[in-house]
Write a protein that binds this ligand. Structure first.
Ligand SMILES: C[S@@+](CC[C@H](N)C(=O)[O-])C[C@H]1O[C@@H](n2cnc3c(N)ncnc32)[C@H](O)[C@@H]1O
Length: 385
């Protein structure tokens, strides 16, 4: 293929990706459509990409030189998350199947635009992004808002360096910061919108000072059980922020400083008693989110009938199993009765009709961050802020 053929094909694939995202309902705003049709994703994914395999935790690497130009561009413009770093090592250093946990990626374009639309970013907004990654989403924002309106922060210096190169090659020059995005970037504050393309266990306080009153924070809320909900908060002039979770089911890798410590070994003790809830409910995304609210510093092992919760802060543990006589039993030990708390939360949620995460909301004050069910005066759970 000549260079002209390659660039024609890339332009066609960009238009076709945009059409596909419109049809899927994730791209509605014509201004973002133009951005998707213009920003060359091939500059951002680098020289090698890794895709999910059917085996969890294993990733198939494709190098740019392993395939034809045509095939490479078709991969680049598929609506897929391409992992670019695993366990902090760039994918391009590996071959074949890699094992590990993704630490940076080019998120699937459908999710990137869904996020930009959910944040209600409009022309004239000044935006800060936490989690530059490959720089593709920053490129879309620069295309629409202009370089001076975009600040993006990346924790990993190698990833940030690649993003800078890609953005420069694509003709964009936002403020790029290497550092912990949980601190925001006060030099360019105040911002109209803050978006995070990594998830957080709670809203970092610097974000509250750097977004203007009436501005918004859009961030996936997650935790150590991997339950998630998509927060969209509006700041008020009394220094609080509040909002109901959005209907979109999004999951982003957790912000590095909020990641879980190494898993402890289960060591179950305590008397067996009947469980008041079916542990299988934690295999449901909304059920898992509710369980995580009740035990915010616990990690979860297992699934189905046999679930183990390990609390990092206190060493408390709980484990369930099916009872041959019917139902389930639980054993728990340690200062926190983890399963009691999970049961209470699940029963409260079930009494409300087991709704999706969008029936919950989050309020952030100076003293407390809490997730509520129904409205801010309803049942609530504190986040580990
Ligand atoms: C899913 S990727 C971002 C996708 C990206 N926006 C794109 O368009 O391709 C998440 C990124 O967040 C970064 N990250 C994690 N914790 C962070 C933090 N505390 N501050 C800034 N970046 C962080 C990771 O290194 C990773 O590159």
């Amino acid at each position: 293929m000549t260079a002209d053929d390659t660039s024609d094909l890339a332009a066609r694939l960009r238009r076709s990706l945009a059409r596909q995202l419109v049809q899927a309902g994730s791209l509605n705003d014509p201004a973002w459509r133009k951005a998707v049709e213009s920003v060359p994703r091939e500059l951002f994914v680098g020289g090698a990409i890794a895709g999910a395999t059917e085996y969890g935790g294993r990733w198939q690497v494709t190098h740019r030189d392993d395939v034809s130009d045509d095939e490479w561009l078709r991969l680049v413009y598929s609506d897929t998350t391409w992992v670019t770093q695993i366990d902090r090592d760039m994918v391009e250093n590996g071959h074949g199947i890699l094992r590990g946990i993704p630490t940076s990626s080019s998120t699937l374009p459908g999710l990137v635009v869904q996020m930009l639309e959910a944040a209600r970013i409009t022309d004239g907004d000044k935006v800060i992004e936490v989690g530059t990654g490959t720089g593709y989403s920053a490129g879309l924002m620069c295309h629409r808002l202009g370089d001076s309106a975009v600040t993006s922060i990346e924790y990993d210096p190698v990833v940030a360096g690649r993003a800078r190169q890609a953005l420069t090659a694509a003709g964009y020059a936002p403020t790029l910061v290497i550092g912990d995005g949980l601190n925001g970037y006060d030099k360019n504050a105040e911002y109209d919108r803050l978006i995070a393309t990594c998830s957080v266990r709670f809203i970092p306080f610097p974000w509250m000072w750097q977004v203007r009153d009436g501005g918004t924070i859009t961030a996936p809320l997650s935790g150590w059980m991997h339950g998630s909900a998509f927060a969209h908060l509006t700041l008020t002039d009394d220094g609080t922020a509040s909002g109901r979770f959005l209907k979109d089911d999004v999951y982003f890798m957790i912000a590095r400083p909020h990641d879980s410590p190494p898993l402890a070994s289960p060591y179950l003790r305590g008397e067996k008693r009947a469980s008041r809830v079916d542990p299988n409910i934690l295999d449901d995304q909304a059920g898992l989110f509710v369980g995580q609210l009740a035990a915010p510093s616990a990690m979860k092992l297992g699934k189905g009938d046999a679930v183990i919760l390990l609390d990092v802060a206190t060493g408390s543990q709980a484990g369930t199993e099916a009872d041959p006589q019917g139902g389930w039993t639980v054993r728990q030990h340690g200062p926190l009765r983890l399963w009691d708390a999970v049961e209470d939360a699940i029963l409260t949620w079930q009494e409300a009709g087991s709704p999706h995460q969008s029936a919950f909301g989050l309020t952030v004050t100076r003293d407390r961050q809490y997730v509520w069910l129904g409205d801010p005066d309803g049942p609530s759970w504190n986040l580990p802020a």
